[in-house]
Design a protein around this ligand. Structure first.
Ligand code: PHE
Length: 456
């Protein structure tokens, strides 16, 4: 941990280069790769969606992620304090982080429920309760789970308790130690399932679906979905990467780390696609099932293959692992802000946040039962929180982070911070980055947002 000159105390942080990578990748990799990416790719045209998504991660994701990590490491503070330290006095840039805290709450509210289903499915897969090749049976099993308010709430609170418990151990001993163990395991398990899926007769159709673009499916709405997914996937636009950046070591190469995380995250998404679509096509299922793909189609697909029982357990275990690393980083945002701003202990901040989240989260947990009739703007709370964060809050946060770095922070300080105060030389890359944050990324996000929302 880094000694804090001002207070003489030591600030908790990541302790090794591999730890930085594991934790940051642990945040990026999550249900975004295993639940959202496959079903969004499936419903938005396959490979053409993938192409737009990759362009979005490069033009928008890369600059925002580097900016966030850099600002966080510079300030070495929670996300709200970061802007108060770095922005000129009196300018309310900290509102970006306040909106980030709100986004964290909204995302955790629905994310913890999807994670709850995943954790429940690990046990159902082991017990064989969802082992049927008939989608009608797996669909009924899923509906039973999500429409039972008691099960929905209990599993969600269990997940929240698990995440809170890990956070209580701290940044190095909690987040870093856990992700260092889980991330390699996740890769191995996912590789095993993808290889199994690719060996099925008829698997090539699924590969084609993922790799042969059909651009007739593109529309402004689809492009906004891809940009929103890029933000959600890379955990950017809401202070997560800023918070983790504040735990980065001073000699960590930020651009290289960012590129590695982005590359590995895309690799995981592709592996998830290759684990899912070949099997879906091989057994004659439809790829465009939507959000229920993971919980209805996938069990039926696994039940259709030899040794499917084992692979189904492995698959849901790896999904549970993925959701853990992401949830840790989500909850760390409000926990660090609360303890940093109110000067209360990490423990107390974690407990308070968990209580609030159990309350907001239950709004999403009950979206399919008690509260299914309760809609705002025509959406259940679950769908509303998902839409609001990916399509509005995170992209807006991204725009303002770019504007801050491009117009307030400036090229000289960007160069200095990214070269680790002069230790590394990457002048050309920084200039490209500067053009991106000043002009390209904010404009692109704005246009995509307005068109996608039907305003432009
Ligand atoms: N990136 C995570 C995923 O894809 C979700 C997430 C979003 C985590 C925002 C932190 C912040 O599952």
């Amino acid at each position: 941990s880094t000694p804090n000159a001002a207070t003489g105390t030591s600030r908790d942080g990541f302790t090794s280069s591999f730890g930085v990578l594991a934790a940051t990748l642990g945040s990026a990799v999550g249900l975004g790769n295993i639940w959202k990416f496959p079903y969004l790719t499936g419903t938005n045209g396959g490979a053409s969606f993938l192409v737009v998504y990759i362009i979005a991660t490069l033009l928008v994701g890369l600059p925002v992620m580097i900016s966030e990590i850099m600002l966080g490491r510079k300030a070495k503070a929670d996300a709200v304090t970061t802007f108060q330290k770095l922005a000129p006095a009196g300018q309310p840039w900290w509102l970006i982080s306040a909106s980030g805290v709100l986004a964290a709450f909204l995302i955790i509210a629905f994310y913890s429920e999807v994670a709850a289903w995943v954790f429940a499915y690990v046990f159902k897969a082991i017990g064989g309760a969802i082992l049927s090749s008939d989608p009608k049976v797996t669909s009924a099993a899923f509906k039973t789970l999500i429409s039972d308010p008691v099960q929905a709430l209990l599993w969600q609170w269990l997940v929240l308790l698990l995440i809170g418990g890990i956070l209580l151990l701290g940044v190095a001993k909690g987040i870093e130690a856990v992700t260092k163990k889980l991330m390699p395991l996740l890769f191995v398990l996912l590789l095993v399932v993808a290889v199994r899926s690719l060996m099925l007769p008829g698997a090539m159709k699924g590969v084609e679906f993922l790799l042969a673009p059909d651009f007739s499916r593109l529309s402004a709405g689809v492009v906004l979905t891809a940009v929103g997914l890029a933000f959600f996937k890379l955990s950017i636009g809401m202070g997560t990467m800023m918070t983790y950046g504040s735990y980065f070591r001073d000699n960590q190469n930020i651009p290289t780390t960012t590129l590695r995380v982005m590359g590995a995250d895309l690799f995981v998404s592709m592996l998830a696609g290759l684990a899912i679509f070949p099997a879906v096509f091989a057994f004659g299922f439809a790829p465009g099932a939507g959000p229920s793909l993971l919980f209805i189609t996938i069990p039926a697909v696994f039940a259709s293959m030899p040794l499917g029982h084992v692979f189904m357990v492995v698959f849901f275990v790896l999904a549970a692992i993925a959701s853990t690393g992401a949830l840790l980083s989500l909850l760390e945002v409000p926990v660090s802000v609360m303890s940093g701003r109110l000067g209360i202990s990490r423990k107390r901040a974690t407990v308070i946040n968990l209580l609030v989240l159990a309350l907001i989260g239950s709004g999403c947990a009950l979206s399919n039962s008690t509260l299914s009739g309760f809609t705002l703007f025509g959406k259940t709370l679950f769908d509303l929180f998902d839409f609001l964060t990916s399509n509005i809050l995170l992209p807006l946060g991204g725009i303002f982070i770019c504007l801050f770095v491009g117009y307030v922070w400036g090229l000289a300080r960007l160069k200095q911070a990214l070269s680790n105060e002069g230790a590394l030389e990457n002048g050309r890359l920084v200039r490209v980055l500067f053009v991106l944050v000043r002009f390209v990324s904010p404009l692109l996000i704005l246009v995509v947002m307005l068109r996608g929302l039907g305003v432009l």
